[in-house]
Ligand binder design. Structure first.
Ligand code: BES
Ligand code: MN
Ligand code: ZN
Length: 502
């Protein structure tokens, strides 16, 4: 979808959108249109049950002589309650309404009274973000059956503050592109997107933005002693990969090394069959998305580089495929992680933590980051606990946890803090090795987090269990017309923007 901003008065061809306040009060643009159309808008609103209610859309045919084809009267509700999230929902709702309508272009003329919460530039830019996120499609594999292809290709936003809106849009568009990338990667099937392909796409996507991308293969990882990661991938026909991304955006001139980089780490299990501890058929469905943590890391690195974030950030993703095979790792096998700690693998389906163990150890030992945040579709148990409303947040650092929670609130990617503690840690004691890779049948998300914590070397760290939010099977959320949600890109971008940029 092409997004454009303009400041010309009047409406061009296509659909026109104006806002209506609570109780049918016209916004200035709606009033102007009402005059132009000899009272058409007010007449239309009289037919409506709750005119101007937030989220409502009343669609009318444009009168004879008008250049526009139809007019959408969108409810704003109370202007003092209309925030950026509401603007995003508005943009998204209009796109949803018009997407396959036959209309090719939509022009928004949005404005609010002076006492409103948002400026006109903010309103337009956030409506544009909502429009763009809702216009996302993953149609790569619709080759013959192309029913319901969208007709809408362009959204134009009229604003009195063109400079302001365009400036805001630069940052928001970067985030939207990052989300598109994360969704695309998550939606791709595993026969296409296996570890090497994922690594190469990451390189292609990020190198052109000035991110340094390094790909480690099996022999390099073997030399580093990454045996827990390698154990997961050893049953697959596709070799494992580790990808290291570096964005150096901190302003130069400061003493070198004065500021440690931030580190984002992602679970990239391109497909999770469970391995020899094979999943039942129904549970295996959707496991092409078990790399959504890695996808979010690539997406946020893209967003940060695209908007030239003034900070240094490392992205690390462990890419593997978990398959049963004659060469696959067995339950009862004991492997030595890069940290030197040994792990008794009792269930090969608890593989994400094995991948992350080496990624986290590598991240902290090589880069000495200010903190590490890892994202992982780690446990089904987090779905049991939190459903699809919140991701689970586990952290050894209250300040980092606080900042993450705040960022999640602002961006609508909310977190719920979960406990860690010594008594939980005891649950992963092994009879034979330093630890085992599963706990008992209770508190599965917590014991998984305890396992990860053993590889963070007491550095500030947070683990986000995103198994409930990384993809959606039921009803689609207003801004997410996609199976893979791209969850985490907005959250981490906000975390960086609000706390760590020079
Ligand atoms: N990738 C799964 C977790 C998952 C489950 C993500 C459902 C999304 C939806 C993970 O690798 C896994 O299999 N975890 C096991 C752990 C268990 C064996 C201790 C689980 O949750 O059942
Ligand atoms: Mn698994
Ligand atoms: Zn998994």
């Amino acid at each position: 979808m092409k997004i454009a901003f303009g400041n010309v008065r009047g409406f061009g061809p296509g659909a026109s959108v104006v806002g209506i306040l609570e109780n049918g009060v016209l916004t200035p643009a709606a009033a102007a249109l009402d005059t132009l159309t000899q009272g058409l808008i007010n007449r239309a609103l009289k037919t409506s049950r709750a005119p101007g209610k937030a989220g409502q859309i009343l669609e009318i045919l444009a009168p004879v002589g008008a250049e526009a084809s139809r007019i959408l009267l969108v409810g704003i509700g109370k202007p003092e309650a209309f925030d950026s999230a509401a603007a995003e929902r508005l943009g998204a709702a209009v796109v949803a309404r018009l997407s396959t309508s036959g209309e090719r272009k939509v022009t928004f003329a949005l404005d609010l009274p002076k006492d409103a919460k948002l400026t006109n530039a903010e309103m337009s830019a956030h409506a544009a973000l909502g429009a763009m996120l809702r216009a996302y499609r993953f149609d790569l594999y619709r080759k013959v059956n192309k029913d319901e292809q969208p007709t809408l290709t362009e959204a134009q936003f009229q604003t009195a503050d063109l400079t302001g809106a365009r400036k805001l849009w630069i940052a928001l568009e970067a985030v939207a592109e990052g989300i598109y990338i994360a969704r695309d990667l998550t939606n791709e099937p595993a026969n296409v997107l296996y570890p090497d392909e994922f690594a190469k796409r990451t390189r292609t996507l990020l190198t052109k933005l000035g991110v340094k991308v390094e790909i480690l293969g099996v022999s390099e990882m073997t030399k580093l002693g990454m045996n827990t990661l390698l154990a997961v991938g050893q049953g697959s026909a596709h070799d494992s990969r580790l990808v290291v991304m570096r964005w150096n955006g901190a302003p130069k001139g400061k003493a070198k090394g004065a500021d440690a980089p931030l580190a984002f780490v992602g679970k990239g299990v391109c497909f999770d069959t469970g391995g020899l501890s094979l999943k039942p058929a129904a549970s295996m469905m959707g496991m092409k998305g078990d790399m959504a943590g890695a996808a979010a890391v690539v997406g946020v690195m893209h967003a940060l580089a695209r908007r030239k974030a003034r900070t240094d950030v490392i992205g690390i993703i462990g890419l593997v495929e978990n398959m049963p095979d004659g060469k696959a790792v067995r339950p009862n096998d004991i492997v030595t992680s890069m940290s030197g700690q040994t792990v008794e693998i009792l269930n090969t389906d608890a593989e994400g933590r094995l991948v992350l163990a080496d990624c986290l150890w590598y991240a902290q030992s090589k880069f000495k980051p200010k903190f590490m945040v890892n994202l992982a579709t780690l446990t089904g148990a987090i779905l049991v606990a939190l459903g699809t409303e919140h991701a689970g947040l586990f952290s050894n650092d209250d300040k980092l946890a606080e900042r993450l929670s705040k960022a999640g609130q602002v961006e609508g990617e909310t977190l719920w803090r979960m406990p860690l503690g010594e008594n939980y840690d005891k649950l992963i004691k092994s009879k034979f090795a330093d630890m085992k890779n599963i706990g008992g049948s209770n508190a599965g998300s917590v014991t998984a987090a305890q396992f990860l914590q053993r590889f963070v070397n007491k550095q500030p760290w947070a683990h986000l269990d995103i198994a409930g939010v990384a993809w959606q099977d039921g009803e689609q959320k207003p801004l997410i017309p996609s199976w893979g949600t791209g969850w985490g890109v907005r959250l981490l971008n906000r975390l960086v923007a609000d706390n760590y940029e020079a």
